[in-house]
Design a protein around this ligand. Structure first.
Ligand code: ADP
Ligand code: MG
Length: 689
């Protein structure tokens, strides 16, 4: 049955020729050859045979072997696109935004010689670049989950690839449970679980169910792709480093001085750190004689423009060493050729939920051993490499083997609401790959009840609960929007929600902090951050100047608006994006029949709308100047970037939590009277203040 090796090569070649128009073939040659040289190309026939024969195929292969870019194309060439769309879903990580999806889709479109958005497209929240013609669709796992909400059997799809399954992201895990249900009803549906490193057996066991008479037949199979990995020499620090950001620059300089040629990849935890290190290295490359034009640092994180991201793939003039400074994004989602040295800080920023405090925050934590190995592996793709770990061997040995699945460290409010909306009443009995704690579930159910999304029997309320589930936003934020009609301030909350979604509207470059501060102060109001975003403030001025919601196309195209933003230290790109997001959110409100009006400066109305979504995140001033959350008494502090920093109002509500040595709250509004809380969320606050 299995064709021989030569046949396989020929088959691959033929099918490629078939999809490349002749006139195009010459121009596509280099890419065509690049495709054939990927490790996955040798397994093409075997893979396609297995997908034909088994309902679930688990593909294990090192990062860079071609899983993400090639699998969907193989399936397309084998006509799986005729029966429906080939979906490839990936987790959307904190450090990774839509760019990765756009980049992958663009690359695949290029390989196929088609235009992005036609045969090959992508969909992320608020951005759908697909059309009627689309047969290969890259998407976030969250979007795939949403599709299942609207189309419970995923009937538009013929194959679903769950990529990067080893990440064990919240929505990937949920999707596995949902796919299992769907597959029992749709035996023709194919599922491919793909991952860099994983405990493949866990997935096989999960998917090896049998609905046919022949009970001995497996329905799931594991296949490994032979990688071409070279050995990587690992060097540990002798001592722990407190300041890994500056230390990473030292290590880069050390490599540059003592090691042979080859590019360097540095792993840090976030955008700010990356920017700092890139600036330090590039400044040195400009000023120091022996580094002059010999080294160049390039940042990689979510939120860069496509051009900026493509920069990392471009080769530099010979003799110039490329230093890619990246967040987690470079760990598995993108592969940069030519990396020989890896510098690893051993930390990553993750989202963590604490059911005791009811707060979800971003924290920096040590990576798992699996992650550390994955990072090191990036150095051995083209030849033997070296990995410099900025932590001691002892620290390494103390790391956990794998990361805790996101399901077990997440706020489950959104997921549970959506499961309910899918008709899965008893969420406690859902087939989870790793079940979350009962405590987290209980917390989520309670909040949903308080938001009035669930009734006394735990059923979705109509229409409110269902509308809340349909909104592509966290339930509290969606509740704020849906309730704001009643407070007569939906115009304002739409802007607030858009700005909170895009984040970082105000920019404060490290070399111009004072100037930025001065500009930003002009927008600040004493009622808090939310009002600052919309009334007599940045968006107010912006609104008047550009008629924010009305002529957004004009704004986007307007060069002046970029200058306007630049002068005020406002992130132009973020505001552009906010305009797009706002437009989409407005569509939802219209669909749900919410009365969209402006409160014309009534900041109490706006803040009450905020409270109607975020009442569970309220805090009271303590004698020592800190705050304590009302229900759980967790001590927190207003973040220095908030307009309320140092203003000490008695009661506040907040959206976001950031955790360092302290718990910081961000996007904070003043609650004039605690009665607002007890009136709006009486069921949540049964105490007398
Ligand atoms: P995997 O999913 O197995 O990690 P990919 O399919 O993402 O592998 O990548 C396969 C190859 O394609 C890699 O060598 C990578 O460098 C290359 N590649 C992927 N995306 C791009 C891009 N946007 N531009 C140039 N090369 C790319
Ligand atoms: Mg991949």
């Amino acid at each position: 049955q299995h064709p021989g090796a030569e046949d396989r090569e020929a088959a691959a070649e033929n099918s490629l020729d078939a999809i490349l128009p002749n006139s195009f073939a010459a121009g596509a040659m280099p890419i065509y050859m690049q495709r054939r040289r990927l490790p996955i190309a040798a397994s093409r026939e075997q893979l396609m045979y297995l997908v034909d024969s088994f309902q679930t195929t688990i593909v294990v292969g090192a990062t860079g072997s071609g899983k993400t870019t090639q699998l969907p194309q193989f399936l397309f060439e084998e006509k799986w696109g005729n029966a429906g769309i080939i979906a490839c879903s990936q987790p959307r990580r904190i450090a990774v935004t839509s760019d990765v999806f756009e980049m992958t889709a663009a690359r695949v479109a290029e390989e196929m010689g088609v235009e992005i958005g036609k045969e090959v497209g992508y969909a992320v929240r608020f951005d759908d670049v697909t059309s009627e013609k689309t047969k290969i669709k890259y998407m976030t796992d969250g979007i795939l989950f949403r599709e299942a909400l609207l189309d419970p059997l995923l009937s538009r799809y013929s194959v679903v690839i769950i990529d990067e399954a080893h990440e064990r992201s919240l929505y990937t895990d949920i999707m596995l449970g949902i796919l299992k249900k769907i597959m029992k009803k749709r035996p023709e549906l194919r599922v491919i679980i793909s991952s860099a490193t994983l405990d493949a057996q866990v997935f096989k066991d999960f998917f090896n169910f049998n609905t046919t008479a022949d009970a001995s037949k497996d329905t799931a199979v594991i296949v490994s792709i032979e990688g071409r990995a070279f050995p990587v020499d690992i060097q540990f620090s002798k001592m722990p480093h407190a300041d890994y950001v500056n230390e990473s620059v030292e290590v880069v300089l050390h490599i540059h001085k003592h090691e042979e040629e080859g590019d360097i990849l540095v792993f840090l935890t976030g955008k700010d750190e990356v920017d700092t290190v890139v600036a330090l290295i590039n400044d040195m490359a400009k000023s120091s004689k022996h580094l002059l034009n010999k080294i160049r640092a390039i940042p990689v994180y979510g939120g860069l423009t496509l051009d900026e991201q493509n920069q990392v793939f471009e080769s530099l003039p010979s003799g110039v060493r490329k230093v890619v400074v990246a967040t987690n994004i470079a760990e598995a989602s993108i592969t940069i050729d030519g990396i020989v040295y890896v510098v690893d800080c051993g930390l990553a920023k993750i989202k963590a939920y604490n059911p005791k405090t009811g707060l979800e925050s971003l924290i920096v934590v040590p990576v798992s051993k699996a992650s550390a190995q994955q990072r090191a592996g990036r150095a051995g793709r083209t030849k033997p490499g070296k990995c410099f770990r900025m932590y001691t061997e002892r620290t390494y040995l103390g790391l956990s083997d794998t990361s805790v699945p996101e399901m077990q460290r997440s706020n489950l409010v959104s997921v549970i609401l959506q499961l309910k909306a899918m008709g899965i009443e008893n969420v406690l009995r859902f087939d989870f790959l790793s079940a979350p704690s009962a405590e987290s579930m209980a917390k989520a159910l309670e909040l949903l009840y308080s938001l009035k999304a669930l009734d006394d029997y735990g059923r979705l309320t109509m229409p409110f609960g269902l509308q809340l589930a349909e909104f592509p936003l966290d339930p509290p934020l969606a509740a704020m929007l849906l309730n704001s009609g009643g407070f007569l301030c939906a115009e304002e909350t739409l802007s607030i929600a858009a700005i909170l979604t895009v984040q970082n509207v105000f920019v404060s470059p490290s070399n111009l902090r004072v100037e930025a501060e001065e500009e930003h102060r002009k927008f600040r109001v004493e009622e808090g951050d939310h009002v600052t975003y919309v009334i007599d403030s940045i968006l107010h001025v912006f609104d008047k100047y550009f008629q924010f919601s009305k002529v957004y196309n004009a704004f986007i195209k307007n060069k002046q608006s970029a200058q306007w933003c630049h002068k005020r230290f406002v992130n132009y790109k973020a505001l552009q994006r906010a305009v797009v997001v706002r437009k989409q959110l407005e569509k939802y409100l219209k669909k749900f029949g919410v009365d969209i009006r402006s409160c014309r400066g009534d900041t109490v109305a706006v803040r009450k709308a905020v409270v109607s979504g975020y009442f569970s995140q309220a805090a009271k001033l303590q004698p020592d100047g800190s705050y304590a959350t009302l229900r759980e008494r967790t001590i927190c502090h207003i973040h220095p970037t908030s307009v309320l920093f140092n203003r000490s109002p008695n009661y506040v509500v907040f959206n976001e939590v950031l955790q360092t040595d302290r718990i910081w709250i961000r996007d904070v509004s003043v609650v004039d009277d605690p009665k607002w809380l007890t009136d709006i969320a009486s069921h949540f606050y049964e105490f007398k203040s």
